[in-house]
Design a protein around this ligand. Structure first.
Ligand code: FES
Length: 119
């Protein structure tokens, strides 16, 4: 694991995503309604749009261009027009530092949109 400091946890609100660049990879840092911080690929899979310019709503990251909402837990779009997921990266909180490992995206194949495991 190669976690890199992305930002301060205290900078991340539940309403606005924050864009950071780690090793040349654009990442959206988002806080969900439970206070957990997530890191998702910043590029919408439908178009060349930065997801961090969108909205955090109902624990999704919504693309402002055409409204696809991506699960914060799986990166999967929950509605069209996007149909390909964005990567979700492991986040570690160290004090007020948000550390993100862009070299090792999370395997979300066994997760539902709310982050619970498929049974
Ligand atoms: S560019 Fe994001 S939904 Fe179309």
């Amino acid at each position: 694991m190669t976690a890199t400091r992305a930002c301060s946890a205290s900078e991340i609100s539940t309403s606005e995503p924050r864009k950071v660049e780690i090793d040349g990879i654009a990442v959206s840092i988002v806080r969900d309604s439970a206070g957990q911080i997530h890191a998702l690929g910043d590029r919408c899979t439908h178009g060349d749009i930065s997801l961090s310019e969108g909205f955090v709503e109902n624990d999704t990251l919504e693309c402002w261009a055409h409204g696809s909402q991506f699960s914060l837990h799986t990166g999967r779009p929950l509605n069209l027009p996007a149909y390909e997921p964005v990567p979700v990266y492991p986040v570690t909180i160290d004090g007020d530092d948000v550390l993100v490992d862009v070299t090792n995206p999370i395997d979300v194949s066994g997760l539902m949109a709310d982050g619970k495991e498929l049974t």
